[in-house]
Design a protein around this ligand. Structure first.
Ligand SMILES: Nc1ncnc2c1ncn2[C@@H]1O[C@H](COP(=O)(O)OP(=O)(O)OP(=O)(O)O)[C@@H](O)[C@H]1O
Ligand SMILES: [Mg+2]
Length: 244
């Protein structure tokens, strides 16, 4: 197996505060790699550092080429897709308009996206702001999947969703991961067990553990210490905002 993304000694800061401290890890070019860690440890900042959305130092290499000196739009052009933590759909645009705005290439993968999210096809004329949280998440994931990316960075896609919707979003990511490697920040450990092969655990802005995801979650002591929960319980402290 080869590596699609290599992060070596990357630090990142927001204003004057360093929020990521010299993290190093690699992401294989197939399947889903999870980023785990308690609230506020720097998971989102790690993704934003890779994308150059916050100031960073250190080496980031995508498919053998350094991208840490590039501005965000160039990194995106090289094939890094981003599904941000708060979905960021355009509330006053329709589903179809949200998707059309995301298309970067001449032959976007519309059929693939329609196959993954039939619900969005039915709702194409609906204003995105009137969709449920789960449907908005699907729009957000769909936008990234329209393009032929080399890597997707996906931040807490199941946060606050009802169990049935969590399942649906997880299923879509699982299917998507057969076509593109995914670096996934996820606090729902059942979803991690289902989807991820390897996991990286972050604490205090540093990588403190790395290994097989199921092995990490099967280690009660480690899970309690690094994630603050038992591996069989959801770590999601955000609660469920929505019902099925
Ligand atoms: N806009 C900001 N300004 C200042 N500090 C910030 C900002 N955003 C995040 N931070 C700080 O950076 C640190 C890392 O935050 P980050 O959002 O990367 O963590 P996270 O692991 O993604 O957390 P969560 O589980 O809540 O999503 C935290 O201490 C947080 O308070
Ligand atoms: Mg976050």
């Amino acid at each position: 197996m080869s590596t699609i993304l290599e992060v070596a000694g990357m630090s990142a800061s927001i204003g004057s505060q360093q929020v990521v401290e010299s993290v190093s890890f690699s992401v294989p070019d197939t399947g889903i790699t999870a980023v785990l860690g308690r609230n506020g440890v720097g998971k989102t900042s790690t993704l934003r550092g890779i994308l150059g959305l916050i100031k960073r130092k250190g080496e980031v290499t995508l498919a053998g080429e350094r991208i840490d000196g590039l501005p965000t739009h160039r990194i995106v052009q090289r094939g890094v897709g981003y599904v941000p933590e708060d979905r960021e759909v355009f509330a006053s645009l329709t589903v179809a308009e949200n998707l059309a705005l995301a298309e970067r290439q001449a032959n976007p993968r519309r059929d693939f996206v329609a196959h993954l999210f039939p619900d969005l096809v039915e709702r194409r004329a609906q204003m995105a702001g009137t969709l449920s949280g789960g449907q908005q998440q699907m729009v957000s994931v769909a936008r990234a999947l329209l393009n032929d990316n080399r890597l997707l960075l996906v931040d807490e896609p199941t946060k606050g969703l009802a169990p049935r919707i969590v399942n649906e979003v997880a299923g879509a990511l699982e299917e998507a991961s057969r076509t593109v490697p995914i670096l996934l920040v996820e606090q729902n450990l059942e979803v991690v067990k289902r989807l991820a092969k390897d996991a990286i655990v972050i604490d205090g802005g540093r990588v403190v553990h790395r290994g097989d995801a199921r092995e990490i979650l099967g280690d009660e002591e480690l899970t309690r210490r690094l994630l603050g929960v038992h591996g069989d319980a959801p770590a999601d402290g955000h609660g469920t905002e929505e019902r099925a």
